[in-house]
Each structure stands twice: as C-alpha cells, then as structure tokens.
Ligand binder design. Structure first.
Ligand SMILES: [Zn+2]
Length: 269
C-alpha cells in the first residue's frame, strides 16, 4: 500500500474511536518516518500523526502508543521523546542486531518526557513467553498507572519466527495473545462507563507472505475476541517450540524496570 494512502486511511480512523471502540487500519503503522524525513519503507508516520491528531483535535492528554513491530519505532520515538502526553512503549528485536539500531533500554525520554518512552529490546529468538512476560511485568502495570484515553498499537507479522527480515520467535498463538492483551488493557481505565479505552490498531508489516495473513488474523481475532481457530501455516521448528531465550528476556525486563522505577510506582522490582 502506498504510504500516503495508508496514512490518510489511519487518520480517517483517528476520528472513529470517538464513536466506535476499536478500529483497525490495515497497512498502517509507518513508524520509521521522522518529523523531517522518511526512512525504512515509511514516508509519513501515521502512528505519530494519529497521536498528534488526538491531542490537537480531541485535546487528549494521555495517549498510549504501543509498538509491537520487530523493528524499533525510531520515528515515533523521535516525535514524542520529550512529550509526557504520549506514553510510547516499544517491544522490538535487540537493536544491535537489526535496523534501525536504536531503541535501547536506557532511552527513556528527555525533559518532561523522561519515563514516557519505554524501550524493550528483546533478545534474538524471543518468543511467546518473552512477550507475555513483558506485558505482565511492564506494560500492564505502567498502562494501569498511566490510564490512557486512547490506545494506538502498531505492528504486523514481522516478529514471527519465519519472517525473512528479522530473528524473533513469535508464533501465531503469540500474535493472538498480543491482540488479547491489547483488548485487556483497553479495559483498564478509571471512571469511564462503559470501561473501555478506544483502540486504533495498525497492522502493516511482515516479510513472509506464507505467515502474514495468519499472524494478522490472529492479532485481529485477539483484539476483537473472535473465537475462531487459526493454525500455524508452517510447522514450528524445534528451536521455537520453547522460548529458548526466556532467561535472557528476564534480564532485559529487569533492566527496563530498573530504569523506570523512579517514574512508575506500579512497576515492582
Ligand atoms: Zn518491522
């Protein structure tokens, strides 16, 4: 999809959550585009545009951007690095091993935005258990404390174990879990009736066509609570049947929590 049409598609949907609780932008999530120039297959950053639009048009003050793409969202991070209105949580493959080479645990924001950028650089081959741990130990407590008015999630199928550009280890089951977790965190909010935070979900990456439709569908099924069976389209190799680097992920989670503990009281060491 052309970057321009994906961007206008997403922006069209940025209005929708005020009436509808969950919207999905297929082809959106162009998270590498910077404020001044495009890079990494991305010309305009529709993730950042949707967040800025929510601030300007709807006067929102607490926006969660959750980036689960395998690559760090370097463009989105740059947009909001000093902005405490946007909590940017980014799970991605260790940037020492993958483009764009940023998104380290120590990068937590600057000025008033310090503590509002959370990078979780996952070890190569990190799988479903690693993602689950990050949700339970970092994302869920921080989001509960932040209490977002809107959730913008981006990321497609490139953390899949068979993706051809990356080296992570998610299975289709793991993608469904991400969708389910996003649905669950959309239900964490104080004082709103019904208690649901609107979600804009941008699904747009994936470099193995055999697994892409299944992983994308799993994200949607998890978010929308569709009780359909989705199979893995290719056999899971032995090395990905267990999350072999789970112990490594635990160390990363500990480091991220150590960096955040002065900013988020719900994060427990
Ligand atoms: Zn990616």
């Amino acid at each position: 999809m052309h970057a321009n049409s994906a961007t206008s598609h997403t922006l069209g949907y940025a209005n929708a959550p005020m009436r509808i609780k969950k919207v999905i932008s297929l082809g959106g999530g162009l998270h590498h585009a910077k404020p001044a120039y495009g890079e990494g297959f991305c010309i305009y950053n529709d993730v950042a545009f949707a967040a800025k639009y929510s601030i300007e048009k709807y006067k929102l003050e607490r926006i969660l951007v959750l980036d689960t793409d395998a690559h760090a969202g370097n463009g989105t991070m740059e947009y909001f690095y000093e902005d405490p209105r946007v909590l940017f949580i980014d799970l991605h493959q260790d940037p020492r091993t993958l483009y764009p080479g940023t998104g380290f645990a120590y990068q937590i924001g600057e000025g008033k935005g310090k503590g509002f950028t959370i990078n979780v650089p996952l070890p190569v081959f990190a799988g479903d258990n690693s993602y689950q741990l990050v949700f339970e130990e970092i994302i869920e407590p921080v989001v509960k404390e932040f209490n977002p008015q809107i959730i913008i999630r981006n990321g497609g199928s490139d953390p899949h174990f068979a993706d051809e550009l990356t080296q992570l280890g998610l299975t289709v089951k793991g993608f469904r879990m991400i969708g389910e977790k996003v649905r669950k965190i959309s239900e964490i909010c104080d004082g709103r009736h019904p208690p649901t935070t609107p979600v804009i979900d941008m699904i747009g990456s994936g470099y193995n066509k055999k697994v892409l439709p299944y992983a994308w569908l799993a994200l949607i099924a998890g978010l929308a609570n569709f009780k359909i069976e989705i199979k893995e389209s290719i056999a899971i190799p032995q090395q990905f049947q267990k999350d072999l680097v789970f112990e490594e992920t635990k160390k990363v989670v500990k480091e991220v929590k150590r960096n955040l503990k002065n900013y988020w009281k719900y994060v427990k060491m």
